[in-house]
Design a protein around this ligand. Structure first.
Ligand code: NDP
Length: 383
């Protein structure tokens, strides 16, 4: 059956690859959203004809409306901070693929799940900042959360046998190590934006590329894995797998280890999230063992890469600590990309923010929004 997909963040790295998968599967597009990239969103609308679209930026949305006025049936164009969430509420989708970057994606995830619609989740920040709220919505409606992150897709794939899943002992979350694997703080002190944006194995959006270089991405993924698979942080081990061929592993109580392997190509986990529980032919290339020279392993250096240490501490603290870590990181990465702070400042600021409060207790959506704003303010006040 051709599913109808609401694709949030369609102009980004994951969004564009998702459309390739949607093309290959013959699925339909129920909605498209972006932040402010009018040119690409317009091209996507003319190709996929979704009934409703959204841009976060109001001026961009006005421009888009003007450009689409010659269409016979132009889509409804929403705009603003709540636009993605409103699109999810209005569209008639079988599944929402959330590829928005940052905490801006949280409310759309919650809205989809509250409406009983499955979510293919690339937007890991939804779970990091508001994991408790996400799980509560799922428990009420029974909607599924299908991981798009390659590591979490790998773990999810390894746990499809329900009998084995009950015996899960630990998760082995793999990491490429990023462009600065093995570097010390003296070497990292002089790292500039161009170097940090040069990832060895993956081509991704700017924010996650910086997160991969600081190892914040692995810290966010640790927290994401806790929520998705219900394990405490001490049962999630991080292993550097330099070639990004083993996307993650699980170990069971009998010490059997299952791994999922594949080329470093996000179209595969995107597709599995969309077709689950089925597998279908798709555009991701097969792994060629004749050209694979080897698999190398190592351990991440959390003493040097402070974002990883900060995320593990936030995971142990619980409550709103992961939300604070995420908010501080979003602000710090934006400052680094504007070349206003150094590479090492990112870890210093995230760690300082996590350590500045207990963040204990339960929370509602308003608390998440407030905590995120306060974490960003902490960063601006501690430059
Ligand atoms: P990109 O920066 O490439 O794309 C982000 C998308 O979100 C764009 O469509 C962008 O629109 C839109 N957007 C940005 N800000 C807002 C906002 N405030 N409100 C609504 N929409 C907004 O990011 P990626 O595709 O790399 O990553 C997306 C998510 O997927 C992230 O959470 C990331 O961690 C996760 N992920 C990414 C992977 C990858 O390989 N890229 C791998 C695994 C997970 P516009 O283009 O107009 O700015």
């Amino acid at each position: 059956m051709a599913k109808k997909v609401a694709l949030l963040g369609s102009t980004g790295s994951i969004g564009r690859q998702s459309l390739e998968v949607i093309d290959a599967l013959g699925y339909q597009v129920a909605a498209l959203t972006a932040g402010r990239n009018v040119d690409l969103l317009e091209r996507q609308i003319r190709k996929y004809h979704p009934p409703v679209v959204a841009l976060a930026d109001e001026a961009a949305a006005e421009m888009l409306r003007g450009r689409l006025s010659n269409l016979k049936e132009p889509p409804q164009v929403l705009y603003g901070r709540d636009a993605a969430r409103n699109v999810v509420a209005e569209c008639d989708a079988d599944i929402v693929l959330n590829a928005i970057v940052g905490i801006a994606g949280l409310e759309a995830t919650l809205t989809a799940l509250a409406g009983g619609v499955d979510v293919a989740l690339a937007n890991k920040e939804s779970l990091v900042a508001g994991g408790d709220l996400v799980l509560k919505e799922m428990a009420v409606t029974g909607a599924n959360l299908l991981p798009v992150d390659s590591e979490h897709s790998a773990i999810f794939q390894c746990l499809q046998d329900v009998h084995s899943a009950k015996s899960l002992e630990k998760i082995i979350l793999t990491a490429s190590g990023g462009p600065f694997y093995g570097w010390n703080p003296e070497q990292l002190a002089g790292v500039g934006k161009a170097q940090a944006l040069n990832h060895p194995n993956w081509s991704m959006g700017q924010k996650i590329t910086i997160d991969s270089a600081t190892l914040m991405n692995k810290g966010l993924e640790l927290i994401e894995a806790m929520w998705l698979f219900g394990l405490p942080p001490e049962r999630i081990e991080i292993l550097v797998q330099r070639e990004s061929i083993i996307h993650s592993m699980v170990q069971f109580s009998d010490h059997s280890v299952l791994a999922q392997l594949g080329m470093p190509d996000m179209r595969l986990p995107i597709q599995y999230a969309l077709t689950w529980p089925r597998r279908l032919p798709g555009p991701a290339p097969a792994l060629d063992f004749d050209t694979l020279s080897g698999l190398s392993f190592g351990r991440p250096d959390a003493d040097t890469f402070r974002c990883l240490a900060a995320c593990r501490r936030a995971a142990e603290k619980g409550g709103l600590a992961p939300c604070a870590a995420n908010g501080a990181n979003e602000e710090a990465v934006a400052l680094f990309l504007r070349e206003e702070i150094s590479f090492l400042d990112i870890g210093r600021l995230v760690e300082g923010c996590v350590d500045s409060d207990s963040y204990a207790g339960g929370y509602a959506l308003d608390d998440v929004v407030l905590c995120d704003a306060q974490a960003r303010q902490y960063v601006r006040e501690h430059l």
